[in-house]
Write a protein that binds this ligand. Structure first.
Ligand code: AMP
Length: 397
């Protein structure tokens, strides 16, 4: 793997694609800076070599033109504090202001370019736009795992302009190393824990996991479609009616492959989608009409925890319930604790897939108690599905 360790950045201007797509509150304060912190080692390495850094990122989902709410200037102060230097800012990612700022940059300095997605060309993977970005630096570094599954101008197309001078940053290298451990070198028993809202988002992942895992635990909103497909009563719980047949096929496939699919035995139900709703426990498949399942119940917690604690490899993607509400977080919290116990007491390798399971692990302050928390949601899922990520191919190819 070609990483920044293979390059001496002395007197070079490194164009680094980072994923600074961090959540901001209404006053533009960063509410979770993990993605920024994760990119610091790469930036520091380049500066320590005697190079300069030009950072490019996207933020949010602008409609293709400048929008103040999505300006990267909002993160400039925090970035400067993290690096302990005054980061410069170009209010455009291409054009005269970016070109001038990049030209004036000297070794030891960092420049942050304005949001790449203020140009539609970024997501279209436009070659001319990529060429304009490429002109700003001497070397290209990709450290944005969160967008590695996109063939965008700054994540993939730009690499064509750096036939040899292109490298993975430390975050990318670490993410790929950990994902690879699960993909090809998983020690058994290997248990995948799937949750979250929708089956449809995770079909391909479930199918590819059936080739690898010993146990597949299914919780969260998606479990109710499985329950209904098997003839259960699910009240007003999340349902993807058009996926019921597929759920039955997945169960058949798992049986044929000898994979143990473990579904919830019981569920915590509520009379409305509200933290203060009336709630009770019922067996799975016995949810009264007008009630909805918002978490797994205590019997499920016990069963899931037992399987998790005996595992040597764990992949967790998606919460067990609506963990954002304190009254429906217990199932997700218990699974998180079981994953921690397996890691500590059984020496298991535990990888937490990005997105909502990463948010849950952070909410419970357990980020340092598991083996690795990925910064990538979609990118990790696609990697696990066996797809070649454009951002990875661009550097390797
Ligand atoms: P995903 O992005 O597919 O991983 O889904 C994560 C979201 O699923 C979280 O915001 C959870 O609140 C939500 N979720 C998990 N379980 C349930 C459930 N039983 N009913 C409704 N939403 C759920």
């Amino acid at each position: 793997m070609k990483t920044v360790d293979q390059c001496d950045f002395k007197d070079k201007k490194a164009l680094v694609r980072v994923d600074f797509n961090v959540p901001l509150d209404k006053e533009f304060n960063i509410t979770d800076d993990k993605r920024m912190r994760a990119a610091l080692p790469t930036i520091t390495k380049i500066l320590n070599d005697g190079g300069a850094v030009i950072l490019m990122s996207h933020l949010g989902r602008p409609k293709g033109g400048p929008e103040n709410q999505f300006s990267l200037k909002h993160i400039l102060g925090d970035l400067s504090r993290m690096l302990d230097l005054e980061v410069k800012f170009a209010d455009d990612c291409i054009g005269a202001s970016a070109v001038d700022a990049a030209r004036n940059l000297v070794p030891g300095q960092v420049l942050l370019l304005e949001n790449l997605r203020f140009y539609k060309e970024e997501e279209k993977g436009d070659k001319d736009f990529a060429a304009k970005l490429a002109k700003l630096g001497d070397v290209y570094v990709n450290d944005a795992f969160g967008t590695a599954h996109r063939a965008h101008a700054s994540t993939s197309i730009i690499a064509e302009f750096f036939p040899t001078e292109k490298y993975f940053g430390y975050l990318m290298a670490e993410e790929l190393k950990n994902a690879e451990k699960i993909n090809n070198n998983a020690e058994k028993p290997f248990t995948a824990i799937m949750g979250g809202a929708k089956v449809s988002d995770k079909i391909l992942l479930i199918e590819s996991l059936l080739e690898k895992v010993d146990n597949l635990i299914i919780g969260g909103g998606m479990a109710y479609t499985f329950s209904k497909a098997q003839g259960g009563e699910i009240g007003t719980s999340l349902l993807e009616a058009d996926r019921m047949e597929l759920c039955l096929q997945l169960l058949e496939k798992a049986k044929a492959k000898g994979v143990n699919i473990i579904l919830p035995l019981d569920t915590v139900i509520a009379d409305k989608f509200d933290n203060n709703a009336e709630k009770k426990n019922v067996d799975a498949g016995h949810i009264p009409a007008d009630w909805m399942g918002l978490d797994i119940g205590p019997k499920s917690v016990e069963l899931f925890s037992e399987v998790i604690k005996k595992s040597k490899t764990l992949l967790w993607n998606g919460p067990m319930g609506v963990f954002e509400m304190a009254n429906f977080e217990q199932g997700t919290r218990a699974v998180a604790n079981a994953v921690v116990a397996a890691t500590k007491e059984n020496g298991a390798f535990s990888l937490i897939g990005g997105g909502d399971s990463a948010a849950a692990i952070a909410k419970f302050n357990l980020e340092d108690e598991v083996s690795y928390v990925s910064t990538g949601g979609g990118a990790l899922l696609e990697y696990m599905e066996g797809k070649e990520l454009p951002g990875v191919k661009a550097i390797n190819g």
